[in-house]
Ligand binder design. Structure first.
Ligand code: SF4
Length: 353
């Protein structure tokens, strides 16, 4: 099968492109659907339906699928969960993926609770970058938001990451009106202290966000205005990138990002797809259906069969879930709780956020 090409193949690598010329380039690999927090915007319910244990891909299986995607142009991998550090032996998988020459960027998003235990081993195994979710710096609020008492562990984890030698640490904050939107400056100041770039994320109506409503969204415009009130002029950083965050600079040179997934989505440059821990492949965070890659993998499908499965799907991809949601007159959570209980794949914690 012929590959359509992007205009700038990297290192001789050809990318498969979708219906809007977006390359297949960035794969988020969820290694578990379990999490040790219960954040209001992601896992607000008490009970969940988990993926069956026997369906979870072994590390070798993840490695094989990554090789197949890398041959098709994927060069960026982000390990996600649930909480990826709950997956036993994660540094072993990191070492395996870091050794693949076609993977130029290997990152992980974590809630940070177990980072202090793993930061060094992850660095030694070859992980390139770490992003830690951090929605508040106040212990009481952390407990209310996540239903766990663990803020200090997260802060310890962040410091351990810096000590281990990681560069380019990012802190992701989901901003929710009336919940943590009074901490924008505190978070920027904390980021400065630890040498991390803070990225504010607009609250999204996806997956398990069953408590979402539009009035809780603090828009990119408002975030910039509030920071400008405190710091003075906020200037956009002009850069060509498919990264979801728009970056800005404060008068003292501090850089921060905003991921405006709700009010100004960035689907037009989205090169991300998602592999769940049980081997389902999704073309968009909002997609209702995915492609089963575990079945063919365990049946021993050939590389050519995988290419025939993956290439046409990506070439036919027209997904732009967040932009379509933007066009709706009345917005409510994407999926209701009853439906989520029937299919755990609809959950954000299964899709890797
Ligand atoms: S909504 Fe879908 S297409 Fe748009 S940026 Fe998110 S994952 Fe990409």
């Amino acid at each position: 099968m012929l590959l359509s090409q992007t205009d700038k193949p990297e290192g001789g690598q050809r990318h498969v492109t979708d219906a809007f010329s977006r390359p297949l380039r960035n794969l988020r690999v969820s290694v578990t659907d379990r999490c040790n927090l219960r954040c209001q915007y992601c896992m607000p319910e008490e009970e969940y339906v988990w993926l069956p244990r026997e369906d979870i891909l072994h590390f070798e299986e993840v490695g094989t699928l990554v090789d197949i995607f890398a041959d098709l142009g994927v060069d960026k991998i982000r390990l996600t969960g649930g909480e990826p550090l709950l997956r036993r032996g994660l540094p072993t998988l990191v070492r395996m993926l870091a050794a693949k020459p076609k993977i130029r960027d290997l990152a992980m998003t974590t809630n940070g609770i177990l980072l202090a235990d793993y930061a060094e081993a992850l660095f030694d195994a070859g992980l390139h970058r770490v992003t830690v979710s951090l929605d508040t710096l106040r212990p009481e609020r952390f407990r209310a938001l996540t239903r766990r008492e663990a803020l200090q562990k997260v802060l310890d984890g962040i410091e351990a990451t810096v000590r281990a030698g990681f560069k380019g640490l990012k802190l992701d904050t989901v901003v929710m009106r009336g919940i943590n939107d009074d901490e924008l400056v505190d978070l920027i100041e904390y980021g400065k202290r630890v040498g991390a770039e803070v990225r504010f994320i607009e609250y999204m109506d996806v997956g398990g966000a069953t408590l979402w409503s539009m009035d809780k969204v603090v828009s990119r415009t408002e975030i910039v205005e509030r920071l400008a009130e405190h710091y003075g002029p906020v200037t956009p950083v002009v850069e060509e990138s498919s990264a979801p965050a728009d970056r800005f600079v404060l008068p003292d040179g501090t850089i921060f990002g905003i991921i405006s997934s709700t009010t100004a989505p960035f689907c037009r440059s989205c090169d991300r797809s998602r592999l769940t821990a049980d081997g389902m492949w999704y073309l968009c965070l909002y997609a209702r259906a995915g492609t089963d890659l575990r079945g063919p993998l365990r049946r021993g499908a050939s590389r050519e069969e995988f290419r025939s499965l993956i290439i046409p799907r990506w070439q036919a991809r027209t997904d732009r879930g967040a932009e379509e949601r933007l066009g709706l007159d009345r917005r409510a959570p994407l999926v209701q709780i009853g439906e989520l209980r029937k299919d755990p794949h609809l959950e954000m914690h299964t899709r890797g956020g």
